[in-house]
Design a protein around this ligand. Structure first.
Ligand code: ADP
Length: 271
């Protein structure tokens, strides 16, 4: 059976010490394109609290292009590469400024890590990145990771931050990967177009067949949609990392996830 009701699977999330959280653009911005400060504030508070609990937290945050588009009052994502890269440069700066201020309110530090695929493919730079992550975590700093949109061309792109979140989870050898989005989890059909879509609770073995239920992005600023999230979780499961796709509307849902509650869709890491 693909979707398991075995709640003991959720118990496995309880001991998660090193946690990678990914939040998507659709959770960081309102439908009108403006920044959702309330959401970012709540997320920052929860992540700081997790660090206070003695957990190790890494955030993969999208939003740079969307926030840049809003700040520059462009109306929509530019349809040419340099326009998007310029928007990302402006937006990334603003995004980090916002995170930095919220985390400072709770007495914590953040660090910016911008990656491209070539960096983690070259053994030497890969090792440097891993060492930097570990050093920051040792200092109780929360690394905030994004694709280096400003310099990335197709050849060195991760392509989407869901995949990037898997890469980060595997680089730091995370216990759990939590992907927060604008929907309750992974359904057997796209709920935006099917009223009868049913949520998967615990996926033990992800077959190609159910992966095809995952469709593209629901919002005009979102990029990967469910497909890239499910793909990232499948890769994480293969590496033995437990992951959960859940609704980021209330970032406090992270507490429920690591308490082993039945929220979102869990992809059980292979043992
Ligand atoms: P984010 O910005 O968080 O990365 P996206 O908008 O890219 O989020 O992706 C989430 C969207 O994927 C949902 O809002 C939904 O419209 C769409 N989607 C497509 N297929 C599915 C599915 N099978 N289950 C859940 N959501 C799906």
């Amino acid at each position: 059976m693909v979707d398991s009701n075995d709640m003991t699977l959720r118990e496995r999330l309880k001991d998660s010490k090193r946690i990678v959280v990914k939040i998507g653009t659709s959770s960081l911005t309102y439908d009108n394109g403006h920044i959702n400060m309330f959401r970012i504030g709540h997320l920052s508070r929860v992540l700081c609290d997790l660090v206070n609990q003695g957990r190790e937290v890494i955030l993969v945050s999208s939003g740079a292009i969307g926030i840049g588009v809003d700040k520059l009052k462009l109306g929509k994502k530019p349809d040419y590469v340099s326009g998007r890269q310029a928007a990302a440069a402006v937006g990334q700066c603003m995004l980090m400024n916002i995170y930095s201020q919220f985390f400072a309110e709770y007495g914590h530090n953040v660090a910016q890590i911008l990656l491209t695929k070539d960096v983690v493919e070259r053994p030497e730079s890969k090792e440097n990145v891993i060492n930097t992550f570990n050093e920051l975590i040792k200092m109780s700093v929360v690394p905030i990771v994004n694709e280096n949109d400003t310099v990335s061309v197709d050849e060195i792109k991760f392509g989407d931050n869901d995949y990037l979140s898997y890469i980060v989870a595997s680089l730091v050898d995370a216990d759990a990967l939590i992907i927060l989005t604008d929907i309750d989890g992974f359904y057997d059909k796209n709920p935006s177009s099917h009223n009868d879509a049913v949520l998967y609770h615990n996926i033990v073995d992800l077959s190609e067949k159910i992966e095809t239920a995952a469709g593209g992005a629901g919002s005009n600023l979102g990029t990967g949609g469910m497909l890239t999230k499910v793909h990232a979780c499948r890769l994480a499961a293969d590496r033995g990392i437990n992951s959960v796709i859940a609704n980021g509307e209330k970032p406090e849902i992270i507490y429920d996830i690591i308490a082993g509650e039945d929220v979102g869709t869990m992809f059980v890491g292979k043992r």
